[in-house]
Design a protein around this ligand. Structure first.
Ligand code: HEC
Ligand code: HEC
Length: 377
């Protein structure tokens, strides 16, 4: 017997929470992806999304009535019939479980969602040198662009999908007046069928997965480097690594980590020290032997020898060019193009070459996204 006459209980709390946590984590992860310094939050939200996808797939196999994949209406004629009846406003049969459109939506969302989380985890490892796959950065750094593309376009696809889904729900809600929105809130649909019921063991599984999702979020947010977000590139102490470089090249400005320019650029910098960005540096300032030692250090650690994101992307952006300044590389220009000129009026920043003013970990050569300080003025 149904508890509410005229209504069927179709979405138990476990299913509804999956739905809203997926919607919330995707939206929040999508928004944070536009701000580099929010990468850490983005990853934490991604772990909610990942847990929910795993949960939903298992739920689709062993879950309660109406949630399992074998109740999905996935034949194309069914989908076509659904849309034809929809458009002609003759759709009156509301199925208790998923209708053909929402069946397709769920399957696609899970597939695209899987691509998003896998490419995201790999990108985090390959590009940022962080997380479970950080060691893939060693050999696969040249795939960071490709992984970024997959991760990005899969997310756009997911977004388009969500918009279509919301449009469909709105049509149901306001045109056909099926009260579809409320179904995902209170679990009841106005239709015929039998109430669903969830076995205690399934409820236990559902709550455990929800807990894992929330816990993984807070676990990541509460510490910068744990086993899910550990980093391959730890801070470099240039003062001990190469004391001469640290002292002589850090005299007027904070040192620029060598991996930010290719060897030929460093050669130009070192060849032109007597005309160094408007200042004259001679062997009276830095002795010839020290210059030679610095030169050697810069060459050995130049962008060609690094698999760090900045090094790889700077090299990719340069082509044949070998400018004397990092701020002259196309990659630097693009990543900083949205910073308003007014930001440089800030006394603490002053100049675009003052990298350390905005990148708190600049001197130790890390350039972590979450260490970017940027106050909108
Ligand atoms: C006498 C002061 C002085 C010393 C010593 C010095 N620099 Fe500079 N450097 C400057 C100035 C001034 C600029 C222009 C940017 C600025 O205002 O900070 C600059 C800019 C640079 C830039 C370009 C940064 C950009 O905009 O992308 C690089 C690279 C650089 N220096 C490398 C070095 C290296 C390598 C050494 C050591 C061999 C060195 N500098 C030592 C004064 C100095
Ligand atoms: C006025 C502040 C500011 C200054 C000065 C600045 N940056 Fe940045 N930098 C930013 C911001 C903000 C971003 C993030 C851009 C974005 O949203 O993708 C960024 C991004 C980057 C990135 C890409 C990081 C990533 O993983 O997305 C690199 C590399 C970088 N900066 C290097 C430098 C270097 C080298 C200098 C000095 C020559 C410098 N920056 C000077 C603010 C600054």
């Amino acid at each position: 017997m149904n508890k509410k006459p005229g209504y069927v209980f179709v979405w138990p709390i476990g299913t509804r929470i999956i739905h809203w946590m997926m919607a919330f984590s995707f939206t929040a992860a999508f928004v944070t992806s536009f701000y580099a310094y929010l990468l850490h939050s983005h990853v934490a939200l991604g772990f909610i999304f990942l847990t929910i996808i795993i949960y939903r797939v298992i739920w689709g196999i062993i879950g309660p009535k109406y949630a399992t994949f074998n109740t999905f209406k996935l034949s194309l004629p069914q989908l076509k019939e659904y849309f034809v009846l929809k458009v002609t406003n003759r759709w009156r049969k509301i199925p208790a479980g998923h209708n053909p459109a929402s069946s397709w939506f769920t399957v696609w969302a899970l597939m695209v969602g899987t691509v998003i989380v896998i490419s995201g985890l790999l990108l985090y490892g390959v590009q940022e040198g962080k997380g479970l796959f950080m060691h893939l950065n060693d050999d696969y750094s040249h795939y960071m662009g490709m992984l970024d593309g997959i991760h990005r376009y899969a997310s756009y696809l997911f977004l388009v999908w969500v918009i279509i889904h919301i449009a469909g729900v709105m049509v149901e809600q306001f045109w056909h007046k099926t009260g579809m929105v409320f179904a995902m809130i209170n679990g009841y649909k106005k239709t015929d069928g039998e109430d669903t019921s969830v076995k205690p063991i399934l409820n236990f599984f559902a709550y455990s997965m929800i807990l894992v999702a929330i816990a993984s979020y807070f676990f990541i947010i509460s510490s910068n480097y744990n086993f899910l977000t550990m980093r391959k590139f730890t801070p470099i102490d240039y003062a001990t690594e190469h004391p001469v470089f640290f002292k002589e090249c850090g005299d007027c400005h904070k040192i620029y980590p060598p991996f930010l320019l290719p060897e030929k650029s460093w050669k130009r910098v070192m060849d032109d020290l007597d005309n160094h960005f408007g200042v004259k540096i001679t062997d009276a300032n830095i002795s010839m032997s020290k210059q030679a030692s610095i030169r050697e250090f810069l060459y050995q650690n130049s962008a060609e020898h690094s698999t760090r994101e900045a090094a790889v992307k700077i090299m990719d952006s340069l082509g044949e060019r070998r400018p004397k300044a990092i701020t002259k590389t196309p990659y630097w220009r693009v990543t900083h193009s949205h910073i308003p000129r007014s930001a440089y009026r800030d006394k603490k920043i002053k100049d675009k070459s003052n990298c350390a003013a905005c990148h708190k970990d600049f001197e130790s050569g890390v350039l972590d996204d979450m260490e970017i300080m940027y106050r909108k003025k």
